[in-house]
Design a protein around this ligand. Structure first.
Ligand code: GLV
Length: 321
């Protein structure tokens, strides 16, 4: 059988796939037309960042599985794929630690104004130490608000406790029994959370319900001293509303790893000192990327060999004949 890997990925997964199949691995991120041509006779597609819509799916005449090297799969038309009998899989679990660590990198960098401080030194402004130079805030005793309390949100809890942060979470699924008796972890509605949190971290999947979960109304509920951190998907936040809140100083700052119109970033955000902007690097560690590659490859092998795969995300739409 034939597998297309639509962009360079770590070798672990490629080696596994090559032991079983005829693999075409692209040495660059395939452009849309290249993808449509290359997918024609392939049984499996391994991809990380392509928009996989009906046109791409229809071009895959033999396609049986689309294996995404990520947790989020909002850029794949999973319903259309399912209706054509094509399984879509994702790779949860392997990036939980890595993404959680980036959340804390953003929290600490915002609290201690690291980008501003770094620019200050590089610009040659550091002439003299002074008591009021780049003064930030401790995070100990503050409240971390987590919106979307899945594996990554829950992994933040021990880290938060280590730093002496209290945790409030809101979740579409409601309260999580495991945390019911944990005095440092409280369940709240989204609005309650926004009012009390010093750091609001977004970790929800992008769906019709979560698009623009954060707009001017939600930002207005936040404390003026609070920071918004988005490691979920850009469209979860109305970016124009966020820019306005930052300009009007109704919140203190933002840490953004994803953007509404990614990879475009609004000029206003680029100009703001109280933001940290990273280029969608949530899963970007050597460890997580190797595991992602391996997991995506295993998903392909398990599916094509008919062993069943626990990471199929479009079961509900799968046409079974
Ligand atoms: C990365 O953004 C992912 O969804 O894994």
């Amino acid at each position: 059988m034939k597998v297309l890997i639509a962009q360079p990925i770590p070798t672990a997964g490629i080696d596994l796939l090559k032991r079983h199949y005829d693999v075409l691995e692209s040495d660059h991120v395939l452009g849309r037309e290249e993808l449509i041509t290359a997918i024609g006779d392939k049984d499996a597609l391994v991809c990380a960042m392509h928009k996989i819509d009906a046109e791409v799916i229809n071009a895959g005449k033999n396609l049986k599985i689309i294996s995404k090297l990520a947790v989020g799969y909002d850029d794949i038309d999973i319903k259309f794929a399912g209706e054509r009998g094509i399984m879509v899989t994702n790779a949860p679990g392997v990036l939980t630690q890595t993404v959680s660590e980036l959340v804390f990198a953003h929290i600490l960098a915002l609290a201690r104004r690291l980008p501003e401080a770094d620019h200050y030194v590089r610009a040659g402004n550091f002439k003299q130490w002074s008591f009021d130079l780049m003064v930030g805030g401790e995070i100990k005793g503050k409240t971390l608000g987590i919106i979307g309390f899945g594996a990554i949100g829950q992994r933040l809890v021990p880290m938060a406790k280590g730093f002496g942060l209290k945790v409030v979470y809101s979740n579409q699924q409601g309260e999580i029994p495991e945390f019911e008796n944990d005095a440092d972890v409280k369940y709240a509605t989204k609005d309650e959370l926004l009012k009390v949190a010093d750091f609001v971290v977004l970790l929800v999947s992008l769906t019709v319900e979560t698009k623009h979960l954060i707009t001017a109304r939600e930002l207005a509920l936040m404390k003026t001293t609070a920071f918004l951190i988005n490691l979920a998907r850009g469209p979860v936040v109305n970016e124009a509303d966020l820019v306005r809140a930052l300009q009007d100083k109704t919140i203190a700052g933002a840490g953004l790893d994803v953007f509404e119109f990614e990879p475009n970033v609004s000029a206003e955000l680029l100009a703001m000192p109280n933001t940290i902007l990273t280029p969608h690097i949530g899963s970007a560690t050597v460890e997580a990327r190797a595991e992602l590659s391996l997991k995506a490859a295993r998903n392909v092998v398990d599916t094509l060999e008919g062993r069943g795969c626990e990471n199929i995300v479009n079961r509900e739409y799968l046409r079974t004949e």
